[in-house]
Design a binder for this molecule. Sequence first.
Ligand code: SAM
Length: 228
Amino acid sequence: MSVAGERPRDSSGLGPEFGPSALGTKEHWDAAYESELQIFQESGDAGEIWFGEESMIRLIRWMEKQKIPLDSSVLDIGTGNGVLLVELAKCGYTNLTGIDYSPSAIQLSQNIIEKEGLSNIKLQVKDFLTPSAELSGFQICIDKGTFDAISLNPDNAAEKRKQYVKSLCTVLKMEGFFLITSCNWTKEELLNEFKEGFEILEELPTPKFCFGGRIGNSVTALVFQRKK
Ligand SMILES: C[S@@+](CC[C@H](N)C(=O)[O-])C[C@H]1O[C@@H](n2cnc3c(N)ncnc32)[C@H](O)[C@@H]1O
């Protein structure tokens, strides 16, 4: 499950810039979730879990290990089908918000959340790159594949990545945690992207692969803390 397709990487952190892709456009995600919404209505299938079940378990384990209070405010950036929020709610987290710029993604999340009998998850159609004042003060922000998608935007992706970091600074509290899972960026590249205002706390273990005698990760999962 890759947003960009395969990109063999090593631990040097040096990789090519990504070319523009339909995966970086709202039209793509609108159509994708429109179709997933229809499938859900017909079969009850919640659709794709980006980076698999283990990507959710990894994040939730970290939160549990850190003893993050269950009432901490959590924002899922680009929530897609909202399944991560459902899992967090099932683990007892009570202050959950998901945003996505695709109305069909939010509709799908809403339907899944209702089917699960959960009512206290807040959902909003919102472009993360144009945050509004009411979206602020979160203790935890989670991104699973959204920064990857934004990085593929055909219209000035470098500027969009900068705006992403600005938006993150608007929504995340000082000393709040930012958990990112990416298949497009190495640890070193992500450290560079988030060097202004964030420091790395931990790299979460992800599956490794061996390519040309070098060991790399197909997915990178990092925890940052917003600096004071
Ligand atoms: C690879 S999918 C991941 C979905 C979800 N996080 C998951 O793990 O299943 C990327 C998501 O980011 C959303 N997205 C992309 N750009 C966005 C933006 N600027 N603002 C809000 N959501 C965005 C897409 O609509 C899509 O739901």
